[in-house]
Design a protein around this ligand. Structure first.
Ligand SMILES: Nc1nc2c(ncn2[C@@H]2O[C@H](COP(=O)(O)OP(=O)(O)O)[C@@H](O)[C@H]2O)c(=O)[nH]1
Ligand SMILES: [Mg+2]
Length: 460
C-alpha cells in the first residue's frame, strides 16, 4: 500500500448511494488552500462551520455545509475539512473530482485513521477498534469496540508494560552492579510483580473467546430430516415468515440464513434442506450437499426430531452422517411438535443413536412453547451476557501477542529462580515488553500496518 504522508487526501466518508447528506473528508496541509479555491461562502473565516457553495470556477456544483478543523486538534492530527454535500452520487463525484483537480488525491482504505495513528492521535489497538466498531452487528459488540476506542484496552496494556519496565530497570541495575545493594528488589518481590503481570495478561486473554463471538457471531445450523419443522423453527425464532413452510417433504432445497441479535450476540441461524436417504429430485440433492457443507462450519447444531413419530431410517442416516463428519460443534437435540401426541422421547433417541448431545429440549415451533429455552441454551454456549459492560475486544493479533508476552513472563519467572541466569530473565522480560508494545503499534513493521489498514473501508 502506498501511504504518503505529505499530500492531501480526500474521500467520501459516508456510505455510497443516495442519501439526504453525504460527508466528504479532506485531510492534509493543502486542505484549506484547496477549499479556498472551490468554496464560496459569506460565513466569517473564524467560523468553524460555514455555509456556502462548491463551485468550479463560476459554476455552482452544490450547496454545502463545511466544517473546518485546524491541526493538531483533529481526527487525523492534520488540517481537516468535512464537506456535507447532498447525498447524490453524481454530486459526490463532481465534488470529489474537483478536489482531485485542485491538488488532493483519493485516499487509500483506512488512510485517515492511518494518519491519526502516525500522528499519535490514537494507538494501533484504538485504530483497530474503529474498524471493529463500524462492522459491529449488535449493541453489545458496538459497546465493546467503543471501550477499546476510548483507550481502555490500551490503558490496561500500558499499565502492564509500565510495571514490567519498572521491574526490568531493577533487574538491569542488579545485573550492572551485582555487588552493590542499591535499588535492590527481593526475589519474592520480583515474583509477586511478575505474577501480577501474568494475571493481568491472562485476564485479557480470557476476553478472546467473547470477542470472537461478539464480532463474528455464533453460527447455529438447524438440521433434521424433512418435515420435522426446521423452517417453522427458524420462522418462530425470527418472528417472521422468512422460510417456506409446507407439509410436502423436501421444500427447503437450499439453505436459508438470517442473523438476529440474541442478547447481544449476533446469531446466524441457518435452515437447511432436510437430509434423507434417497432423493430423486436433483435440486433437493444439491440442497443436501450444501447442508453437509454448512454443518461443517457450524458453531452449534440444532438437530430436530419429530416427537409425534418414532425414529426412522432418515434419522439414523443423519446420525451416520454426523458420526462420519468429525464434528466439533455441540449438538442440541430438539423434540419438536411437543403440542402433538408424543411417540418419541429423549431416552429413545439416546439409546438408538450413539451421539453425544450437549442438551435436549422439547418444544413446539408451532405454538412457540419452549423456543425461549432453546435461545437460553444457545446463550449458555456463547457465555456472553449483554448486561456486562467491561468486555474488551481482543482480536487475533492481540491474542497471539498476549500469548507471546505470557510465555516470556513465565520464562522470566522460571529463569529468575536459577542462579546466574539473570541476564536471560532480563532478556525474556524485555521480550514480553516488546510484545505488549506491538499491540499498541510501537515498533511494528510496515507489513503489519498495511495488513491492518487495508481491511478498512475507504473514507475511514
Ligand atoms: N403440530 C405441529 N406442527 C408443526 C410444528 N412444527 C412444524 N410443524 C408442521 O410440520 C410441517 C413441516 O414443517 P417445516 O417447517 O416445513 O419442516 P422442515 O421440512 O423440517 O423445514 C408443516 O406442516 C408445519 O406446520 C409443531 O411444533 N407442531
Ligand atoms: Mg424446510
Amino acid at each position: 500500500m502506498n501511504y504518503l504522508r505529505e499530500d492531501t487526501i480526500a474521500a467520501l466518508s459516508t456510505a455510497a448511494g443516495k442519501s439526504a447528506i453525504a460527508v466528504i473528508r479532506l485531510s492534509g496541509n493543502e486542505s484549506f488552500r484547496i477549499m479556498n479555491k472551490i468554496f464560496k461562502t459569506h460565513s466569517k473565516s473564524n467560523q468553524q462551520v460555514r455555509y456556502g457553495y462548491i463551485v468550479d470556477e463560476t459554476k455552482k456544483k452544490d450547496e454545502v455545509i463545511c466544517t473546518f478543523f485546524k491541526s493538531p486538534h483533529t481526527y487525523t492530527g492534520e488540517d481537516l475539512i468535512e464537506i456535507s454535500v447532498h447525498g447524490n452520487p453524481v454530486i459526490i463525484n463532481e465534488v470529489l473530482t474537483l478536489l482531485y483537480k485542485n491538488g488532493a488525491r483519493p485516499a487509500e482504505p483506512g488512510e485517515f485513521t492511518y494518519r491519526a495513528f502516525l500522528n499519535g492521535k490514537i494507538d494501533l489497538a484504538e485504530a483497530e477498534a474503529v474498524c471493529a466498531l463500524i462492522v459491529s452487528k449488535t449493541k453489545t459488540s458496538a459497546k465493546v469496540a467503543l471501550n477499546n476506542i476510548s483507550g481502555e484496552l490500551s490503558l490496561k496494556i500500558k499499565n502492564i508494560r509500565d510495571s514490567l519496565t519498572n521491574l526490568v530497570a531493577f533487574m538491569e541495575v542488579s545485573l550492572d552492579h551485582p555487588d552493590e545493594n542499591i535499588m535492590f528488589l527481593s526475589l519474592n518481590e520480583k515474583f509477586s510483580r511478575l505474577d501480577s503481570c501474568i494475571n493481568d495478561v491472562q485476564d485479557l486473554l480470557n476476553f478472546y473467546k467473547t470477542s470472537k463471538i461478539l464480532q463474528h457471531g455464533v453460527k447455529v445450523v438447524i438440521i433434521g430430516k424433512p418435515n420435522v419443522g426446521k423452517s417453522s423453527l427458524l420462522n418462530t425464532i425470527l418472528g417472521k415468515n422468512r422460510a417456506i413452510v409446507t407439509d410436502i417433504a423436501g421444500t427447503t432445497t437450499d439453505t436459508i440464513e438470517e442473523t438476529i441479535d440474541c442478547h447481544g450476540v449476533p446469531l446466524t441461524i441457518i435452515d437447511t434442506a432436510g437430509i434423507r436417504n434417497h432423493t430423486n429430485n436433483s435440486i433437493e440433492f444439491l440442497g443436501q450437499k450444501r447442508t453437509k457443507e454448512v454443518v461443517s462450519e457450524a458453531d452449534i447444531l440444532v438437530w430436530l426430531f419429530d416427537s409425534s413419530c418414532e425414529l426412522d431410517k432418515n434419522d439414523i442416516e443423519i446420525a451416520n452422517f454426523l458420526e462420519k463428519s468429525n464434528l466439533v460443534a455441540p449438538i442440541i437435540g430438539i423434540l419438536n411438535k411437543s403440542d402433538l401426541y408424543q411417540k418419541l422421547s429423549f431416552t429413545n433417541i439416546s439409546k438408538s443413536l450413539k451421539l453425544t448431545f450437549f442438551a435436549f429440549l422439547s418444544l413446539s415451533a408451532k405454538t412457540e412453547t419452549g423456543v425461549a429455552e432453546l435461545l437460553k441454551e444457545i446463550d449458555k454456549f456463547s457465555g456472553v451476557s449483554d448486561s456486562k459492560n467491561d468486555y474488551l475486544m481482543i482480536n487475533s493479533r492481540h491474542y497471539s501477542l498476549l500469548q507471546n508476552a505470557l510465555e516470556s513472563l513465565i520464562k522470566t519467572k522460571q529463569t529468575l529462580s536459577i542462579q546466574n541466569a539473570d541476564e536471560i530473565a532480563c532478556f525474556e522480560a524485555v521480550n514480553a515488553q516488546r510484545a505488549l508494545n506491538e499491540i499498541l503499534g510501537i515498533n511494528v513493521t510496515q507489513d503489519i500496518l498495511d495488513t491492518i489498514f487495508s481491511t478498512f473501508c475507504i473514507g475511514k
